[in-house]
Design a protein around this ligand. Structure first.
Ligand SMILES: Nc1ncnc2c1ncn2[C@@H]1O[C@H](COP(=O)(O)OP(=O)(O)OP(=O)(O)O)[C@@H](O)[C@H]1O
Length: 289
């Protein structure tokens, strides 16, 4: 098995990795370790590992690292494992993965497997991007795009709160046209999700279930700082799904267009619209859930 480690969050993250690796060795596992040096490395390392015949490629990082590893092993025989070392760790909360490094290592050894169905966004400029948990277009993607990553490393989730406050006064809320299985909707932001949770442990789409085909889509009509701030306050109270100006719909194929609208995929900046989102052709096996 191969462990793909994203060291970007600094010393604490490395200590947690060491605790997981020590437990794995104690359990008789023989993990090989590879470190990323920047964006795109996790995908390449995972792809090389799968091509060498690694049966399990473990993403040691946050949701962005998981998405890259998932992309790297897509279409191969390798399964995905996760050591949750990120800031928000949404997929880990969603799937009930163990957060303590020793427990997460033990779960990987258990070999229990569930199937995920990642989404695939195809952009009009020819790029393709896999996502495992969710993808956003509009306000939240502007926050991710302009986030001070150094600050995120130092203070964690608080950096998102500060950038959200900044964007409330900067973001212009351009209109997004959303084609959901042929039905046209309009919104100022949209989140296309595979799971229930968002930004950590907060509820976004209560009916969603990882592993099922298709998507739950949250459409937001907020146009200014006040209505957006109210939604921001509703999120940690788990009230977002029932707020005015939020519609929750389902679709199996979603196309979005909007002039210069930013996109984020699993919490990492992913360029601008337009794009079409559909299920990846095959399932992804997750070990340790
Ligand atoms: N060595 C590196 N230095 C800086 N950035 C890196 C490095 N390796 C990977 N990255 C980038 O860091 C991004 C963020 O990592 P990741 O999403 O795993 O952590 P996170 O943002 O702290 O966690 P979460 O998404 O769960 O909040 C990755 O998508 C990747 O592009």
């Amino acid at each position: 098995m191969l462990v793909v480690f994203n060291p970007a969050a600094g010393a604490r993250r490395r200590r947690r990795l060491t605790r997981a690796l020590d437990t794995m060795l104690g359990l008789g596992m023989r993990p090989e370790l590879a470190e990323t040096a920047g964006p795109g490395d996790a995908e390449r390392l995972a792809r090389d590992g799968a091509a060498r015949g690694e049966a399990l490629v473990i993403a040691a990082g946050g949701d962005g690292t998981i998405a890259e590893v998932a992309s790297g092993i897509a279409g191969s025989d390798a399964s995905l494992g996760v050591l949750p070392l990120g800031t928000a760790n949404v997929l880990a909360w969603e799937m009930g993965l163990a957060m303590r490094p020793e427990d997460a290592a033990g779960r990987l050894a258990s070999g229990r497997m569930v199937e995920l169905r990642p989404g695939l966004a195809r952009f009009s400029d020819g790029r393709a991007r896999l996502f495992v948990q969710m993808l956003g277009a509009g306000f939240d993607a502007a926050v991710v795009r302009d986030l001070d990553t150094g600050l995120k490393r130092r203070i964690g989730k608080g950096a998102y709160v500060l950038e959200t406050l900044r964007q409330l006064h900067r973001y212009q809320f351009p209109r997004i046209t959303v084609d959901m299985d042929g039905e046209i909707h309009h919104a100022t932001s949209a989140i296309i999700t595979k799971g229930r949770l968002y930004a950590g442990r907060y509820r976004l789409a209560p009916e969603a279930k990882q592993g099922e085909p298709g998507f739950h889509v949250a459409l937001f009509s907020a146009r200014g700082w006040l209505s957006t701030a109210v939604l921001g306050a509703a999120l940690p109270l788990n009230l977002l799904p029932s707020m005015p100006g939020v519609r929750l719909l389902r679709a199996s194929r979603v196309s979005l267009t909007g002039e210069g609208v930013p996109v984020q995929a699993d919490g990492d900046a992913a360029g601008t619209l337009g794009m079409t989102v559909a299920d990846m052709p095959g399932p992804l096996r997750l070990i340790g859930a």
